[in-house]
Design a protein around this ligand. Structure first.
Ligand code: ATR
Length: 295
């Protein structure tokens, strides 16, 4: 194997830590990018059980691992084992990237900026615009914060459990320097239809539709309520086209899946590790090829 053949005593090690993690596309993206730019590094996936994140961070220091990505369920728990956490990551309540700088572990969140970069790819600038977000978990929180910080005028957060949407709205209302109005709404037709009339952007941040086992499930079905030109995004990229996106497309709306966000958060992690953004095109190609091969 090409990557293995290049490994020597100077090879830097990187990893994604999650539980489960076998489905992660991150090793594919990063190893393709390392090969493309000739960086002597290798990226693996480590299944770290809940409760083992403290020892994983100690191991990172002891082994001199260059950096890691952190995914579910460790994004929050990892923070207390780091030497420093970027204020934006603290605000998001989640770290997805750790850089090991001479034994000091620094935590960042590249998901929020990755989401905004994916929106920019779709030609959408959030400033002064309105968005309807489905979901108020970790992913919904990151998206709402990113949009608020990017100057969105108004956000509706629709969630099955209304209390979580209310807590998210309160958290954003409490931020300094943010003027975005955030309205929590239940996941019911009347409330969603009212918000839909004014939304420029709709994002599925729920886990509904995830994986091929989720086929056919969608947090919302009737896209005829959205004005033409509305951009509909799903953070899910596998399957490539969720029922949520398929229905939006059938209603004539513009759609985008979560692959752009995945690629951009990975490219931005390189900034924290190496001081330069990763090669987005290489990462896209590698991710698409892996998905097409049934990853
Ligand atoms: P993540 O960190 O990926 O956002 P999470 O915190 O578990 O994961 O949040 C999952 C989101 O999907 C939540 O908004 C959840 O709604 P609840 O807060 O009501 O649990 C939403 N979700 C999951 N399954 C759902 C379902 N069957 N119908 C509607 N929403 C669902």
């Amino acid at each position: 194997m090409r990557i293995g053949a290049a490994i020597d005593a100077r090879t830097q090690l990187f990893a994604v830590l999650g539980w489960p993690v076998a489905h992660s596309l991150s090793p594919v993206l990063h190893n393709a990018a390392f090969a493309a730019v000739g960086r002597n590094a290798v990226y693996v996936a480590c299944a770290v059980p809940p409760g083992a994140i403290a020892s994983a961070m100690a191991g990172l220091r002891a082994l001199g691992i260059g950096g890691v990505n952190v995914t579910v369920p460790h994004k929050q728990a990892v923070m207390e084992f780091l030497d420093w956490v970027d204020p934006l990551a603290r605000e998001a309540g989640a770290v997805n990237t750790v850089a090991n700088r001479d034994g000091r572990l620094l935590g960042y969140n590249t998901d929020c900026a990755g989401f905004l970069a994916a929106l920019a790819d779709a030609g959408f600038a959030p400033s002064g615009r309105s968005a309807l977000i489905f979901g108020a978990g970790g992913a919904g929180r990151g998206v709402a914060l990113a949009l608020a910080r990017a100057g969105a005028r108004r956000l509706w957060v629709a969630n099955r459990t209304l209390e979580r949407a209310e807590a998210l709205a309160a958290a954003i209302a409490g931020l300094t320097g943010v003027a975005t109005a955030v309205k929590p709404i239940p996941l019911d037709p009347a409330a969603v239809r009212a918000a839909a009339l004014e939304a420029d952007l709709v994002v599925n941040c729920t886990s509904v539709g995830l994986g091929h086992g989720g086929g056919g499930d969608s947090p919302w079905d009737d896209f005829s309520v959205f004005p033409p030109g509305t951009l509909v995004m799903d953070l899910i990229y596998n399957p490539e086209r969720t029922a949520f996106l398929a229905r939006a497309e059938a209603a004539g709306l513009r759609i985008q899946n979560g692959l752009g966000m995945l690629v951009h958060q990975a490219a931005l992690a390189w900034e924290k590790w190496f001081g330069e953004t990763g090669p987005v095109d290489v990462m896209y190609r590698a991710a698409r090829a892996a998905l097409a091969a049934g990853h």
